[in-house]
Design a protein around this ligand. Sequence first.
Ligand SMILES: [Cu+2]
Length: 144
Amino acid sequence: MKMIRHTLVVIALVMVAAACSSASEGVEVSDPWGRPSPSSASNAAFYMQLEGSDTDDRLVSAESPACQVVELHETQMSDGVMSMQFLPEGIPVPAGETVSLEPGGLHVMCLGVTEALVEGESATVQLQFEESGLVTVDAEIRQS
Ligand SMILES: [Cu+2]
């Protein structure tokens, strides 16, 4: 009897573990936003938090109907000069870690705004992840 009960406990634990791993739905994107860009043809940037899942992932590219071209960039300071760097490898999102895209750092660069980004409105951004696939978010347009 003791043996059977022990086996049942083990089976229950395995089931709980299976349920946990299947509940994982890839990278979670929270608080996507961008600053207003009053004129078209100017550039803008989108920021957000990328919460890693239980597997390493990578943001490989992005698109938006609000931009002619979207690139993944990082702002860097070198010798007191701020410059933006194109990230050909994309942005890694390690398992269980949260990666912040924020002003002065990593960002989704919107080159050539096709329609003015108006405060209070939102812009659709499609994020392509290596593991999580395509994730579409609405970036809120606000000052900060
Ligand atoms: Cu940039």
